[in-house]
Design a protein around this ligand. Structure first.
Ligand SMILES: [Zn+2]
Length: 232
C-alpha cells in the first residue's frame, strides 16, 4: 500500500485544518460571539419586562373593575341607609359595618393600584435602559462583524487555496486508505503517525514485535491504544 501518498495528503490536510482553527479562534470572532450573546440576553430581558408590564396592565384592569363595583356597592348601601327606619338600631349598625368594610376594600384596592403605578414606572425605566444597552451592543457587534469579515476574508481565501491543494491530492491516495483515514479522523487527529523507536508516535505506546513486523511489511496497522494508523 502506498502510505507515502497518504502521508503527503495528510500533511496538506492538517495545514488546512490549522488555518480553519485559526479562523475559528480569532480574538475578534470570540468578541463577536460574546457581543451576540449579550444582545440576545438583552432581547430576552426586554421580552420579560414587557411581559411583566402586560401582566400589570391586566391586573390593573381587574383592580379598576373591582374598585368600580365597590363604589357602586357603597352607593347602594347609602340608598338602603336612607330607606332604613332610624329607630332600628341593629339594622343601622349592621349596614354601617357593611359600609365600613366597603370603604376598607376601596382603600386596599387603591393602595395596590398605587403600588402598581410605581412598579410600572420602574419597569418602563428598565425597558429604556435595556433598549439603550442593546442599541449600544448592536453598534459594537456591527463594528466587530466588519472587522472580522475583513480579517477572515484573507484567511478564508488562504483556506480555500489549501483545501484545493488537498482536493488535488485526493486521487493519489488509494480509496480504501482514504476511507480508513477519514474514519479515524472522526475520532482522532492526526489519523496517521510514524513508527518511532518501536512506539506509536501518536500515543507513545510500545508495540509488540508481531505488530512491528506487520508495519515493516507494509501492512495496514492501527494502534490498539489510540486507533491511529501507524506507518513506517
Ligand atoms: Zn497509538
Amino acid at each position: 500500500m502506498d502510505f507515502e501518498s497518504l502521508w503527503a495528503y495528510q500533511t496538506e490536510d492538517l495545514k488546512a485544518d490549522a488555518i480553519a482553527t485559526e479562523i475559528r479562534r480569532s480574538p475578534i470572532r470570540v468578541k463577536l460571539e460574546k457581543s451576540r450573546d449579550f444582545i440576545m440576553e438583552r432581547q430576552k430581558q426586554y421580552k420579560q419586562i414587557e411581559d411583566s408590564i402586560a401582566a400589570i396592565a391586566d391586573r390593573k384592569d381587574v383592580l379598576i373593575h373591582a374598585l368600580e363595583n365597590t363604589i357602586a356597592q357603597i352607593e347602594s348601601q347609602q340608598q338602603r341607609m336612607e330607606a332604613l327606619d332610624p329607630e332600628d338600631g341593629d339594622a343601622v349598625a349592621a349596614l354601617r359595618d357593611e359600609v365600613a368594610r366597603s370603604r376598607d376594600e376601596i382603600r386596599t384596592l387603591e393602595k395596590e393600584l398605587s403600588h402598581m403605578s410605581t412598579d410600572s414606572a420602574a419597569y418602563d425605566k428598565q425597558l429604556r435602559s435595556v433598549r439603550l444597552d442593546a442599541a449600544k451592543a448592536k453598534q459594537t457587534f456591527d463594528q466587530l462583524k466588519t472587522d472580522y469579515e475583513n480579517e477572515s476574508k484573507v484567511r478564508k481565501e488562504e483556506l480555500e487555496q489549501q483545501r484545493a491543494r488537498v482536493r488535488n491530492l485526493e486521487s493519489t491516495v488509494e480509496p480504501s486508505l482514504m476511507a480508513e483515514y477519514l474514519a479515524i479522523k472522526k475520532h482522532t487527529t492526526p489519523p496517521v503517525v510514524r513508527l518511532q523507536y518501536g512506539q506509536c508516535s501518536g500515543c507513545n505506546t510500545s508495540l509488540p514485535s508481531a505488530t512491528l513486523s506487520k508495519i515493516r511489511n507494509g501492512a495496514l496497522v492501527e494502534c490498539e491504544t489510540c486507533g491511529r494508523m501507524i506507518i513506517q
